[in-house]
Each structure stands twice: as C-alpha cells, then as structure tokens.
Design a protein around this ligand. Sequence first.
Ligand code: 4AD
Ligand code: MG
Length: 465
Amino acid sequence: MEKMQQAKIRDLLKTKETGKECLVRGWVRTKRGNKNINFIALNDGSVIHSIQVVVEVAQFSEELLKQITTGACIEVKGTLVDSPASGQPVEIQAKEIIVFGTSDPETYPLQKKGHSLEFLREIAHLRPRTNTFGAILRIRHAMAFAIHKYFNDNGFYYLHAPIITGSDAEGAGALFRVSILDPKNPPLKPDGSVDFSEDFFGKETKLTVSGQLQAELGALALSLVYTFGPTFRAENSNTPRHLAEFWMIEPEMAFYDIVDNMDLAEDFLKYLIRYALENCMDDLEFLNKMYDIELIERLKFITENDFIRLGYTEAVDILKASGQQWEFPVDWGTDLQAEHERYLVEQHFHKPVILTDYPKEIKAFYMKMNEDNKTVRAMDVLFPKIGEIIGGSQREENLERLKNRIHELGIPEKDIWWYLDTRKFGTAPHSGFGLGFERLILFVTGMSNIRDVIPFPRTPKNAEF
Ligand code: 4AD
Ligand code: MG
C-alpha cells in the first residue's frame, strides 16, 4: 500500500476538499469531551490555528486515550470533514492514533494557558509551543525571507562578514573576547601584558559588533551588498531593546550619498512591513488581539506615510522647547536616548523620523564629516515604541580625512590598514546602514520586550538555553 503523506494543518484548514483521508502529526493543545466523544485541538506549528480531531471513545483503547494529554505528540489518520462547530471550517474524524510522546500533566509547564511572558522566558525551550511564540517565530522567518528577497530583487549581493574579528567597527569597546589561552596562566610579554601572539589567531580577537567594515570592502567591488548575521555587544544594558547577541542587516552601497541612503532605508522598511501585512495576517491578528490592539493600524500607517527628515540640531531645539521632564537632560552634543527619540516620533511628529547630521563626537570614526567640521553625515531612523531601529551614514571616503579622524580617536592604523586601503585604491563615495533585526521584529509583532522576539535571548547573566 502506498505510504500516506503527512498533511500540514495550515493546508488542511484552507482546503475545500473534505471527505478525503488525511494524516497529521503534531502536539496536543487541549483535549476535552465526555465519555462518548473527545475533541483534541492539534497544532503542528505550520499555522497559528489548531485543527480539531474528533475521537469516538468506543473505537479506541482507554489506555491510548489516557496518554493523549496537553503537550503529547501524536499522529492521527482520519477523514477530513466539514465541521459543524463555528469558527473552524473542517475537522478530522479520527480512525487511527499513534502516540509518539506522552507529556505528564502533573509536570508539563504549559499544561495551563495564559502564562506571563516573564514565566515563558524561563522555559524558552518550550515556549515555541505557545500560540504567542509560534506567531512570533513565523513572523521572524517571514521577515528574514523578505529581507533576502528585497535585496535580491534590487540587485544586492549577500556578503558574509566574519564573526571573529580583530577590529572594533563601532569603537564602542563593548567586545566579547575570543581566545584559547589559559585564563589562569596566559603567556605574558616582558611588560606583563598578555602575549596574544601565542593565541589561536596570533593576535587578539573578538566577536564582531558589526559587519560594516567588511561590507564596505564588498561594496567597493560589487557596488551593492548586504550582510545579515549575528553581532555581539558586551554592553551591560538591561533594557527591553538591547541584546548581547542580536542579528543585524547591513546594506552597503557604492555611489550612494546620505539622501540615497535614507531613501533606501525608508523603502526597505516599508517593504518589510507591507510584506508582513500581506503574508502574516493570521499571526498579526492574534498578536493584535492579545497584546497590542493598535498593532495592525500602526503597521499600515507606516506603509502609507512619508518619514520626517530632520537634522539633529533642529531635533535638539524641539526637545528643549518641549517642556518635558527628561531622565537624561538634553543639550546640543548629548547623545539622544530612547525617551527623546520616542518623544519626537510619538508626541511631536506622530510619524517615523530620520535624524541626520549628528555631532561627530557621539558617532563612529567612519562617518563622513560635514563642511561645518562639527557634524557628520549620520542618519538614524526612529520608530514609534522602539526609538532607533536603524543607524547608518555616508562614509568618509577621503583617505587623509579618515586617517586624521582615526588618529584623533587613537585607533591604531595597523588594526585597520586593510580598511584604509580601500580609500587608497579606487575609493568611491558610499553609504550604508544597519537594521537591528530584533528591533524590526519588536515593531512588527507589537511585543514590548526584545527577549520575546528571539528564540534564545542572550542578555547579561542569561545564556541558559
Ligand atoms: O547604530 P548601530 O550601532 O550601527 C552600526 O553598527 C553600524 N555599523 C551600522 C551600519 O551603518 N552598517 O547599530 C545598528 C542597529 C541599531 O539601530 C539597532 O537597531 C540595532 O542595530 N542594535 C541593537 N539591537 C539589539 N540589541 C543591541 N544591543 C543593539 N545595538 C544596536
Ligand atoms: Mg546607533
């Protein structure tokens, strides 16, 4: 006999062809019923909805039915029929059931519904089985796919930046070291410092904070490239918007100036949000209902409105004139905090804002200096509920000016001689930006803590799963 193919619950719930035999496998969400008939809600993760399996108690052994509890993994063969119950088009009339894995109701942590997000973080190994995390993980997948699609359709090449590096792209100093030296007894130089020449790579190495410097090398050959990979920051920021390990998308474009860069960032973000609205509506509707009643409206609003473009100096004037009490006082020269960014977006403009021309002191060494010699061609995209979602800039393509800047900041030339070489050989005006993938997912899902939009978050004192 021909082996029966497993059907996805997503496809069964859409089909009009009832009366057919089908085979499904998945995890039991609930079982209810009476002594004659049982109803199992079965979910296989292909879609937020579970399918109802109808079980005539008399046709199965008591032993088997006892094993079918919340969390158990089962296989069901049966007939797909129109469902008399409201809210579901079809259900399965069970003929054969196999239990792959039981789940003790006394100890299964997801036995009951309605756990807090905080509790679910403590069981990150099981939370993908909840509706909430199923929805988030499917949206996360859809966004990753849409990112590759957008760039591929627009002539960009995917460049893989290294994860282990010897350079600090952002100059922020928040790096995780990578070493095989014995931490208790490392080789020392005569001056007492650690001798990294004996380490694996023959030099001191770290986990990357950004793939930008390598993306620039790619852009100055392939014109349009992007990276999409994990990045690591050892900053001790315990906020709902920071992770120690997060994914970043970094497009880098030769011959783009700061305006081209802003145009791309705006078009890219709108495309991604439109993609979510067109492809993830089941999951968005669930999140809209459960967590954020304005979510879908907010997403539509972003796709339909132009972003405000504004200089840092004007932004500071607005913030100072606002009469708000800030936790971090603001004045020209200070870095903007989430409270300032969100005020501009949520209370002043009621739209996303792209801020440009920040003071050079608060931005990285590679940004192109403006004529005033005080500000750089930086651009941060600020979003409602999030604050900064993208950070980018036009790059300094002039070798002398770039060298002056790194000397000013005390960055050793020997660490980035290869980066400086691109300014020596066929330099070109170019620009790029970095989108924090989890900040995007926060925005698209309406969740409020970044720990809830990555499967296994890495934050200070937390790397369990
Ligand atoms: O503004 P950042 O630090 O910019 C860069 O790394 C540049 N090299 C990007 C570029 O021009 N190619 O980081 C970019 C984005 C931020 O806007 C934010 O969305 C996200 O990365 N981000 C974080 N996301 C989660 N946790 C953290 N600790 C993050 N730090 C930055
Ligand atoms: Mg930034």
